[in-house]
Design a protein around this ligand. Structure first.
Ligand code: AMP
Ligand code: MG
Length: 336
């Protein structure tokens, strides 16, 4: 599910005399939330922070994992618990803000629909379309709220799902952990969602290739444009690697439009969002997939803090086109 490609270029380190202490580049890789992570940072002593990072992920999962039946989220979804912890509170509050700002295009209560359409724990229900109306009775961000550290629900069937925002948030938390160790120059990538710290010690920015849509889910990654980032989050949502195809070859996206209860069905194939932090980038990317190209374009142009890169399907030979928001600088191989 990775849709962004890191570009590694030779590091030209000038003046590496024996007394100079050039920061060392450290790369850590691992598995988390059913996907891969890559963390790159510069540290004067080349220290390895895999252990505290993995323990952060464990703590995070105990709070927010959707798949761990004992996580706080699972217990809140089963109405066995109402008190939230700090991770939960932060991600819940941001989810509710983005839900309000996007008129409910992003909605963390959408899980019962996600599940019915076959992207949760269950196989796709043959009666999914017929079930939508009754499920919509307990979907909606206004049906759940925080009251003095406790989750309250208007209907006990309301369930929360932070899949569309948690990866970005976790990337931010890794960044914060590194900063607490004195590391400022880093790039954290979790399953395609990124949080970038300050530029590299040589002053260059982090270069990220923007992937071209693949014809098949397992096709190799290719890029045409790249961007340079620092001190921001970048997340991509899209359905060209994650969809369900029925007997008639119809594709169902895993992004659900909370206003209709149906999987989104328009020509927007993927959107990459640049935001001040990874959590926001992640949430808006999902919201934009729901809005579709025209509405999302307007939304971004009205926001100083956001930029976006859209890939949409066309009838033309290549099968897809791009649109970059006005503040985004796309670079090509010629710029290298
Ligand atoms: P992302 O890859 O960040 O766009 O997240 C997609 C996941 O978020 C899906 O697999 C669902 O679990 C969940 N989801 C689907 N539709 C929505 C929506 N409209 N708002 C919030 N979460 C959603
Ligand atoms: Mg998202």
């Amino acid at each position: 599910m990775k849709r962004l490609i890191f570009l590694f270029f030779a590091l030209l380190m000038a003046g590496c005399g024996p007394l100079d202490r050039d920061p060392e580049m450290v790369t850590i890789r691992g598995l988390v939330f059913g996907t891969y992570y890559t963390i790159i940072y510069y540290d004067d002593d080349g220290r390895n922070y895999q252990e505290p990072i993995d323990s952060l992920f464990r703590e995070f999962n105990q709070s927010l994992s959707f798949y761990d039946k004992n996580s706080l989220l699972s217990r809140i979804n089963r109405n066995e618990e109402t008190a939230v912890d700090e991770y939960f509170e932060v991600v819940f509050k941001r989810s509710q803000e983005v839900a309000r700002e996007t008129d409910g295009a992003f909605d963390a209560t959408v899980f019962p629909l996600v599940d019915t359409w076959g992207f949760g724990f269950s196989d796709r229900s043959a009666l999914a379309a017929e079930k939508v109306d009754s499920i919509l009775n307990f979907v909606g961000h206004e049906k759940v709220w925080l009251d003095d550290g406790h989750i309250r629900k208007a209907d006990e069937r309301v369930q929360l799902d932070f899949n569309a925002i948690a990866k970005g948030y976790a990337a931010d938390l890794v960044g914060e952990l590194l900063e607490s160790k004195g590391v400022t120059s880093y790039l954290v990538e979790l399953g395609g969602d990124l949080a970038a710290g300050a530029e590299k010690p040589d002053g260059s920015l982090w270069r990220i290739g923007l992937e071209i849509p693949a014809k098949a889910a397992d096709a190799p990654q290719e890029w045409e444009y790249y961007v340079e980032i620092s001190n921001q989050g970048l997340a991509t949502s899209g359905d060209y690697r994650r969809y369900y195809e029925d007997e008639d070859g119809l594709r169902y996206s895993h992004t659900i439009d909370p206003s209709t209860g149906f999987p989104v069905d328009h020509h927007l194939m993927s959107v990459s969002v640049f935001a001040p932090d990874g959590m926001s980038a992640d949430a808006y990317a999902t919201a934009f997939m729901v809005m579709g190209l025209d509405q999302a374009k307007d939304f971004v142009e009205n926001r100083e803090d956001l930029e976006a890169y859209f890939v949409y399907a066309t009838e033309e030979t290549e099968g897809f086109g791009y649109h970059a928001s006005s503040g985004l600088k796309l670079m090509t191989r010629d710029d290298l």
